[in-house]
Design a protein around this ligand. Structure first.
Ligand code: CO
Length: 129
């Protein structure tokens, strides 16, 4: 298994990018994921990445997260070969899914979230490929 990325909720993407660049990280790409109402910056770390997320709407999950918990680690994403199969295995193990079916996330990849209540408080994301 490998960690695809760690998602961090931030108030201002530009400010967060400056902070991480000061620490030696480099931005590989910035994109808007309209479906999830976020602007995303990807900063590679070895074979993994840091995903900085800024809300683009007040009803974005990231805006809600920051309103209740403040900035910080939002989710951990792991790579899976076949996302439908992984979702089925998780569901059959009694894990509550947020996404019964994959949706399109950053980079046009198929993604799906598992409910943190079923994963010891961690919002887990599957990323195919
Ligand atoms: Co993510």
């Amino acid at each position: 298994m490998k960690i695809d990325h760690i998602g961090i909720a931030v108030k201002k993407l530009e400010e967060a990018i400056r902070t991480f660049e000061a620490l030696g990280f480099k931005v590989k790409e910035i994109e808007e994921v309209k479906e999830q109402k976020v602007k995303v910056a990807m900063l590679p770390v070895g074979e993994s990445r840091i995903e900085l997320l800024e809300a683009t709407a007040e009803d974005s999950a990231i805006a809600k997260f920051i309103a209740s918990r403040g900035e910080g680690i939002h989710h951990i994403a792991i790579n899976v070969e076949n996302i439908e199969k992984s979702l089925e295995i998780a569901k059959n193990s009694g894990i509550k899914l947020i996404d019964e079916k994959p949706r399109i996330g950053a980079g046009g990849k198929k993604v799906a979230f598992l409910h943190p209540k079923s994963v010891h408080g961690v919002l887990l994301e599957f990323v195919e490929g």
